[in-house]
Ligand binder design. Sequence first.
Ligand SMILES: C=C(O[C@H]1C=CC=C(C(=O)O)[C@@H]1O)C(=O)O
Length: 421
Amino acid sequence: MTTVREAAPHPTVRTVPLRAGGGLLRHLPADAPMAWVHEGEGLVAWGEAARITLPAEDDPGGVARFGEAAAWLADLAARAEVHDAVDAPGTGPVAFGAFTFDPRSAGSVLVVPRVIVGSRDGRAWLTTIGDRAEAHPGEILSRVTPMRPVGPLTWSEGALEPKEWEAAVATAVARIRGGALAKAALARDTFADAERGIDARTLLARLVRAYPGCYTFSVDGMVGATPELLVRREGDRAASLVLAGTRPRGETQDDDDMLAADLLASTKDAEEHRYAVDSLREALEPLAEEVEIPDRPRLLQLANVQHLATPARATLLPGATTLDVVAALHPTAAVGGTPTPAAVELIREIEGMDRGRYAGPVGWIDAAGNGEWGIALRCAQITGSRARLFAGCGIVAGSDPETELAESEAKLRVMREALAD
Ligand SMILES: C=C(O[C@H]1C=CC=C(C(=O)O)[C@@H]1O)C(=O)O
């Protein structure tokens, strides 16, 4: 059942300019921090003015939940009394969201925070959302406690032991070679237990430092730094970054160059990447006047891995919001597969776990339909003192289970290191 924590009947939303500079994360309190930060800019937020939690959905397309969430936010924004002295993407009423990978999993949410601090193109602002006049910005921004270290951790296996996961990859390869499908992205999970509640801000600070070019996010306990931009929408312009095809980074420059050259020359990775680009094009075209996608991927190098990457741009048809695009794109072949229905069925059958919000859309949307959404990768779901980490790999006919396990370990490093004091 959909559950809603409603805002006041006519919430007051006030956006005022702030002096820019100094890093967004320093504003965050320890309790349920929300964040979307890329290259030092973005939004951080806290408190809860309103929330919608969506149930598991039977709709085979899995898109009704996005429509329901968008309609709820539009209704809230229409009832709000908005005073917006900045008027830019991300000002006025904004909701943060995290959707489950599989529509059959419950737990997709949109949260409208009480306080949002934003920064973009050298401008900064503060938005308050509530039923009364909020305190002075100086007062709101001076209440934080220091970030806490994570402390000692106990690690345990997730749904499948590494050998069992390799066997699942081998099953996927056999199904693909048998012609049932062309690609499936298979994931695994692992757990870390701390001795006390994990301070998500500590993880965010480490992620922002280690992966400044990624999209560092925190929504309802889902914390990570994803390199994969599902969509950024500003007015009628949309951008997306497709990733698929991975190598580790080398120990030495020569080693690194060799791995990069190998990735760029690999027919197996080119195939894996092409499926992801094709699925983006197919999903975006009905919503766009024009879609521009380069013919060849380029290399994206992160601290832990390197990917084949294709940036796409589109001019959207009038009225298409960020969540419309998210609904159309999810699940991309980078996290689902090709064809999507067969891949999602195989994932349900052999992965042995519920992905929750891993590999689902995560991001924010404002009342004008602008927003930024990534795919929740290189992330962990934090629940109290427990972190559930996830990583997955695109599997095609030429995939080797042992290599894929090593690749998933390289991807898990992002959150393993963020959790390590
Ligand atoms: C599914 C994940 O990565 C995807 C994104 C980029 C490259 C991928 C790959 O090469 O397999 C994956 O498709 C993950 O990080 O958990």
